[in-house]
Design a protein. Structure first.
Length: 518
């Protein structure tokens, strides 16, 4: 009877005055294992005003069910991917309304995790390897070769270059997302992994963290002073190990303590916060992966249950803790055996392109750093995937995006080319068309040039690359010398933000270059 009443209440709260399905954009989801043997998994939604919509997947889809023991959920693009251990192991729903799009009982093994790879493809983590998922056609694909040899697959992270996947017996797998092959593995009995704001990957062992450079894959270790990260492989859940989006911090639970790790200073705060409710009956404890960071606010969301079994497990709370360790809000959920698996946050913002020009006049080999040209308020900028398409005249210049997320342009002959650069942030894609004009130098001049000056036009910082130490002199269009700068061998920066808009001449190494200050 209790279950039926909760569903009726949820149904009433989900419908608007005109019977339209509610859109869940202002608050956070709690994915629940739910009451094993009595009900399949469920999803609750905590609204900004602290009201709770219960069992929202079931009330939005009255004739449908999630799988048995729903352990993981993530939003990628327009879809909410809900992963269960058995039954409907993968459910794909609309990210805002939770209206069902597809269900899959067979995914290659018991459900573990999901990660979006690009706009067309995702990876499903299972107890028996990683399988491709066609996002456009909503179809399960082939096994990623070799991933069935390493035991269960846990948390996966998509960086701008690779997919990093935690495996039970094979360490952290580094997967080429274009070829869908394992590039290499980072050895260790890893429990989970995250990507921090600075772009680094941090693998979690029980008593230490391992930093992995996302490009070179070089590793360094940092020992945890006294705390220990719980091993979640036995009855798998995603674990409390998580990273912030706005700050360069990692958090995890150890017993009743919440530990903060500053990934910049590599210092631990083992007294950051404690699980609330230690002086009440029943005491509160974290269940499942009950700790995640709200990307919009940088606050921690901590879900707890009453310690012990039986009726204590009917008591559930959702706490909000600031990044300073202060408890600022608590929501008590209706009594029921929810067994919360983890909080999930809506992806409301789209990536934004800034300071990327529509036209570039290129007179020599030029590199444009794309990392600072796009941002996303509720996702990591360092995880945004950049892609390139040459639209017109691919013989004008060699254009590519290198492993450092830089657009590299090498002029081949005079002319104009058109390219499209795409930025994929957690499944949301923005694009910019660009014109590349190489009508400044002739082909012979390009091959002899020992100086690279870019971008052109320029807003704030001009980069000057020279093969040997030299000097740069800047003149206005009338020939008056404005300033000069001593150049070191390699890449130099010249601040030009204070210059008025207009055309300037730069003399370097007996060569003259015309630039436009915007």
């Amino acid at each position: 009877m209790k279950k039926i009443l909760l569903s009726v209440v949820s149904l009433l709260t989900i419908q608007t005055a005109f019977g339209q399905t509610k859109q869940y954009t202002d608050g956070f989801f709690i994915v629940n294992e739910d009451w094993f043997g009595h009900s399949n998994g469920s999803v609750n939604f905590v609204n900004k005003d602290n009201t709770v919509d219960y069992n929202i997947y079931k009330t939005t889809n009255p004739t449908e069910e999630l799988g048995v023991t729903t352990q993981y959920g993530t939003i990628y693009g327009d879809n909410f991917y809900l992963i269960s251990k058995q039954g409907n192991r993968l459910v794909v729903a609309d990210a805002k309304t939770l209206e069902q799009k597809a269900t899959f009982g067979t995914i290659g093994g018991d459900g573990r995790t999901f990660v979006g790879v690009d706009a067309k493809k995702g990876y499903i983590g299972t107890s028996k390897g990683i399988y491709l998922f066609d996002i456009e056609k909503l179809q399960i694909g082939a096994l990623v070769e070799g991933t069935d040899k390493v035991g269960q697959i846990a948390v996966m992270v998509r960086t701008s270059k690779y997919v990093f996947a935690t495996s039970q017996n094979g360490g952290i797998l580094v997967i080429d997302p274009i070829k869908n092959t394992i590039k290499q593995a980072v050895a260790g009995k890893f429990i989970s992994l995250v990507q921090t704001k600075d772009g680094n990957i941090w693998g979690a062992l029980d008593t230490k963290l391992v930093k992995i450079d996302p490009t070179t894959l070089q590793t360094t270790e940092v020992s945890i002073p006294t705390a220990k990260i719980a091993n979640t492989w036995g009855f798998w859940n995603a674990g409390s190990y998580c990273a912030a989006t706005q700050s360069n911090d990692i958090y995890f639970a150890s017993g009743i303590n919440i530990i903060k790790f500053d990934a910049t200073t590599e210092k631990f705060d083992e007294a950051f916060a404690k699980v609330p409710g230690q002086d009440t009956t029943p005491k509160q404890t974290i269940y499942g992966a009950g700790l995640r960071i709200d990307p919009a606010s940088d606050n921690l969301i901590l879900t707890t249950v009453g310690a012990g079994w039986g009726a204590n497990s009917e008591q559930n709370w959702a706490h909000t803790i600031t990044n300073k360790g202060e408890l600022i809000n608590t929501v008590k959920l209706s009594a029921y055996y929810w067994f919360p698996a983890l909080p999930v946050f809506q992806d409301n913002a789209a990536p934004k392109i800034t300071d990327l020009e529509a036209t570039y006049h290129i007179n020599s080999a030029t590199t444009i750093d794309l990392k600072d040209k796009v941002s996303d308020t509720d996702n990591l900028a360092s995880a945004i995937v950049k892609e390139l398409e040459i639209i017109e005249n691919d013989d004008i210049a060699e254009v590519s995006i290198n492993e450092n997320d830089e657009l590299v342009i090498n002029p081949l002959k005079n002319g104009t080319a058109k390219i499209k650069v795409s930025f994929n942030s957690n499944g949301k894609v923005v694009e910019q068309l660009m014109t590349i004009s190489t009508a400044v130098l002739g082909t012979n001049d390009l091959t002899k040039s020992a100086v690279n000056i870019y971008p052109n036009p320029v807003n704030n910082v001009l980069f000057i690359e020279v093969k040997e130490a030299d000097k740069a002199e800047i003149y206005n269009i009338t020939g008056t010398k404005i300033t000069e700068k001593t150049l070191q061998k390699g890449k130099n920066q010249l601040e030009v933000s204070n210059l008025p808009k207009g055309v300037y001449i730069i003399k370097v190494n007996n060569s003259t270059f015309k630039i436009i200050k915007k």
